[in-house]
Ligand binder design. Structure first.
Ligand SMILES: C[S@@+](CC[C@H](N)C(=O)[O-])C[C@H]1O[C@@H](n2cnc3c(N)ncnc32)[C@H](O)[C@@H]1O
Length: 248
């Protein structure tokens, strides 16, 4: 790469980091984060002690995460350690036997390590990119975990159309545009009373689009900034399909 191209890339990346930093300082976002954290603690009292709850999980995942971001994917593309810990903790707060990670990778290992200790749990790992689905499979094999139900996007949609429903979905697949485009399919895939964890909701354009789609479908959502904010200013949201919504 030419020195000019390297300099342009570095400048663009510094611009993005600055934009994100300024965005993360916006009072509206921080106020919503704190109000939503209180609402979530009302619903899940264990979250009041989230630091305690997540500490052993973080200890068990941090080395694996470091190895994944340095040896398989990258820190920017992989789910953060923070959101991975939340996902893992969340499985202890809700009854979940059918869980899907959309956008395979480190999250697939996190869920499948849990599956190894919980025979009632079944995990689906889905990717819209065959290359990364293959990389995930190799990675899971290296770690000696179950590799059943690794699916491309078309097969996942076919399963949902055939009636497969999930208790928890981690929505972290593909580009932000793809994620918004397929959100209605993801909403259809969660059972009434189930949960969607939407990663990368720090991106305002995506967040606004996603929240509109969720609201249009009667699915409320809460900021998880208080629990998942990472060093790259990324954070997730949690959405809940009401129990009384009709099963499609
Ligand atoms: C945000 S990533 C998903 C991350 C995944 N949930 C994890 O925990 O690692 C979204 C998609 O980007 C692709 N991807 C993953 N790592 C990548 C990389 N280092 N470079 C380019 N694309 C990548 C994969 O298709 C992945 O599903």
């Amino acid at each position: 790469m030419s020195p000019q191209r390297i300099a342009t890339r570095a400048l663009n990346s510094a611009r993005v980091r600055l934009k994100r930093k300024l965005e993360s300082l916006r009072p509206g976002e921080r106020i919503r984060a704190s109000q939503d954290a209180s609402l979530l603690v009302d619903r899940f009292p264990q979250l009041a002690e989230y630091a305690e709850l997540s500490r052993p999980i973080e200890a068990s995942l941090s080395r694996l995460h470091e190895e994944y971001v340095s040896g398989v994917s990258s820190r920017i593309m992989a789910a953060s350690l923070e959101v991975s810990c939340f996902l893992r903790c969340f499985l202890e707060l809700v009854e979940a036997s059918h869980v899907a990670d959309l956008g395979s990778g480190f999250s697939s290992l996190v869920l499948r390590l849990r599956m190894a200790h919980d025979p009632s749990l079944k995990v689906w790992s889905v990717d819209d990119n065959p290359y990364w689905l293959g990389k995930t499979e190799d990675y899971l094999v290296q770690h000696g975990v179950n590799i059943e139900r690794l699916l491309d996007w078309t097969s996942f949609v076919a399963e949902v159309e055939a009636g497969q429903r999930f208790d928890v979905l981690f929505h972290d697949a593909g580009s932000m545009e793809f994620r918004a485009d397929v959100l209605e399919t993801v909403i259809a895939a969660v059972r009434p009373g189930g949960w969607i964890l939407l990663d990368d909701m720090h991106k305002r354009d995506y967040r606004e689009r996603a929240l509109k789609i969720l609201a249009r479908n009667g699915v409320p959502a809460w900021s998880l900034r208080a629990f998942t904010l990472d060093g790259l200013t990324r954070f997730a949201f949690l959405a809940h399909r009401p129990s009384n919504s009709s099963a499609d």
